[in-house]
Design a protein around this ligand. Structure first.
Ligand code: C6P
Length: 415
């Protein structure tokens, strides 16, 4: 990773002007301090306008009509595939499959590649810090097929135990599926090393990039990863749209996921044949306006640069960690700043995380409280929930200061 101090500073005030929701007052006189981008990011005007413009001027179904609007919509939709590919360093647009979200992308792999390639007794390696989206699909498959799930342990330091991982590789797993960045601990996992070791052991790799792609420069070709899954809504794009990247040879071999219109070549009453990837995985009318919106989101991120965005998020997270340490009773989970970015999940001694979030809300500070769809990692640390503040390119140190001020109010109220 590039050292943050070497990075060019973002013009955050200029960026903030592009995000209308940041001007909202949650109550009269109480401006919004949005520290919940790990749940979903805010959208710049260019994304909102791209979708608005699509509906106002060109709305049509794709891959079907021959009329002008249908052709333009088809071309624009397909062009975004290429844009996504370039953004993540993939060789070809056809390696990009549009789904509903990260969760559906991982389910797609589990129930196509997984069903076709995993058999009773086969080992699948996950980590103890996975989001339920990269855990439950494999648990479902374990029930169905009798595969064996193994987990790379998370240490007290919030890092993966790579020695234990090396030992797990002796079991010759068929798949290693891991998060690029934890949504609770903020841990940036050593993705390149995990993938290299998995390949040495003969395993296929899947990276849950739901938090990684929005915050870290990500190059699938350099990583040599087999699949990655991520969500448009966490990277300034609209909800309802996920992305699955896969290596071409693997996608070609995989059976289709959902059946229906647009994924078929030919249908007779006695059966069907299906198209090549990516279309074989995209049954039914897709999220066309959302794909157009994602294209605008990628343009926005690229104009700023992912290195600069990473540097900003990282610096802000480091500042937040320092300031949170000052607050008596606050305990932040996860590794030191060298290995983490974009979020800080914490407990407040004697106060339930939901109560903390509620008091913060009164001050206009939007954070998430709960298990963040990652119960096992909370269990690992002997807790059931945390309050989580998360940061993105439009957040400022002043907003972190407002969070800290509001935490002192929590202290005052709860004693
Ligand atoms: N985490 C959070 O508040 P979906 O919901 O499918 O777009 O993304 C699922 C997902 C998968 N992996 C990781 C690492 C994630 O962080 C998420 C989504 C949000 O932490 C919503 S639960």
């Amino acid at each position: 990773m590039t050292t943050p101090s070497k990075m060019q500073q973002l013009d955050v005030q200029r960026i903030r002007a592009d995000f209308p929701v940041l001007d909202v007052e949650v109550r009269p006189g109480v401006p919004l301090v949005y520290l919940d981008s790990t749940a979903t990011s805010q959208k710049p005007v260019s994304v909102i306008e791209a979708m608005n413009n699509y509906y106002r001027t060109q709305n049509a179904n794709i891959h079907r009509g021959v009329h002008a609007l249908a052709e333009k919509s088809t071309a624009d939709y397909e062009a975004v595939r290429g844009k996504v590919a370039k953004f993540i360093g993939a060789a070809k647009g056809k390696q990009i499959i549009f789904t509903r979200n990260t969760t559906e992308s991982i389910n797609l792999v589990a129930f196509t590649w997984g069903r076709a390639n995993l058999n009773k007794g086969d080992v699948v390696v996950l980590t103890e810090m996975e989001h339920h989206g990269n855990l439950v699909p494999w648990q479902m498959l374990a029930t169905e097929k009798g595969i064996q799930l193994e987990f790379i342990p998370v240490g007290e330091d919030g890092l993966l135990d790579m020695d234990a991982y090396a030992v797990l590789m002796e079991k010759k797993p068929k798949l290693v599926s891991f998060t690029q960045m934890s949504n609770v601990l903020g841990t940036i996992t050593p993705a390149a090393e995990i993938i290299r070791m998995a390949h040495d052991a003969g395993a296929v790799t899947l990276m849950d990039a739901a938090q990684g792609v929005p915050h870290l420069p990500t190059d699938v070709t350099e990583l040599d990863v087999d699949f990655i899954a991520f969500s448009s809504h966490k990277m300034l794009g609209p909800t309802g749209l996920g992305i699955l990247y896969g290596k071409e040879a693997i996608l070609n071999e995989m059976p289709p996921f959902l059946g229906g219109g647009d994924m078929i070549k030919r249908v007779e009453l006695s059966g069907f044949t299906y198209k090549e990837p990516p279309h074989k995985f995209e049954a039914g009318t897709p999220a066309i306006a959302e794909v157009i919106g994602l294209g605008a989101a990628i343009d926005y991120l690229e104009a700023i640069g992912m290195e600069a965005i990473f540097a900003h998020d990282h610096e802000l997270t480091g500042y937040a960690l320092e300031r949170l340490e000052e607050v008596p009773g606050v305990w932040v989970f996860g590794p030191t700043i060298e290995h983490k970015s974009a979020n800080a999940a914490f407990t407040f001694e004697g106060v339930h995380p939901h109560d903390v979030a509620e008091i913060l809300n009164r001050a206009g500070v939007a954070v998430r409280a709960g298990h963040h769809c990652a119960q096992p990692v909370h269990q690992k640390f002997g807790i059931t929930s945390t309050t989580r503040a998360s940061f993105y390119l439009y957040n400022t140190k002043e907003e972190v200061d407002q969070l800290i001020e509001a935490l002192y109010q929590v202290k005052e109220i709860f004693g």
